[in-house]
Design a protein around this ligand. Sequence first.
Ligand code: CDV
Length: 325
Amino acid sequence: MSAARHRPWRQPAEEHAMARLVTIAAAQLGPIARNDSRSHVVERLIAHLREARRMGCDLVVFPELALTTFFPRWYMTNQIEIDSFFERSMPGPETQPLFNEAKRLSLGFYIGYAELTPEGQHFNTSILVGKDGQLIGKYRKVHLPGHREHDPARRFQHLEKRYFDLSDTGFKVWRGFGGVLGMAICNDRRWPETYRVMGLQGAEMILLGYNTPVHNPPAPDHDDLSLFHNQLVMQAGAYQNGCWVIGVAKAGNEEGVPMIGGSQIIAPSGVTVAATRGDGDEMAVACCDLDACASYKSTTFNFAVHRMPQHYGLIVERKGAEPPP
Ligand code: CDV
């Protein structure tokens, strides 16, 4: 992948005119305190939108659970307290200004939030909203990490399995922004199946937000590798499926728990073309050519020609590894 493919202003005018260009803002957030109001957070999101407009963006990607602090770090039993971190409608009264401003600026956006449905289900959800303010798609997180009960051995908890229901959406893709887009959330990015299921539906760009503590209580030996692993999995997912991957963090020291930054925009080559540098509110911006996917999707990763699904049955038949006796 030559740098020119990522920088249309270096392309010949004719090629530029034909390219499917989407300018993306990876809108990283710094920490959100437990007591921060939704309205205060929405002001920060709107500041990102305005900056993105100034930079000529089409689509702004916000993190996972972008409206509150990352509450699964605390063990809670009071359902009223738990539900206070969830949105009963989207947009709701406090998030409506975000939708209004995005539409006024003609910007699409992806945002993650905790969803409480009218039936009482709790999901870790993301939505993709078009430039006209209309919902393009909704995704509910498939890979819920962590545990269900309080674990006193941990410095902080990771109770996604306790607070969220299992996904009922799976991995879908949608047409929008001139291409085919998919969504994932945080832990999903570590699993090759996430990208491949969307790759098999022709995904040209996968949007994903995350909250990743630097410290991994069950495996502290991974701590020094947390940024490396973040980049490794997203670059592999992009390259092996010939698609753009946009990964966006909520970063920094949130309620005493340091979280990684490392938000980035990755080309179908697997090369990161823009990245944040710090762990606060910060944007990385890149003009992404969706046609850059074709050279990967039509050669090395031409699935229709080269995949051998008759040899992949175990991937769906078996959940855990079973070594020979
Ligand atoms: N929010 C997440 O899904 N976080 C996980 C944690 C468990 C490390 C992640 O994979 O980044």
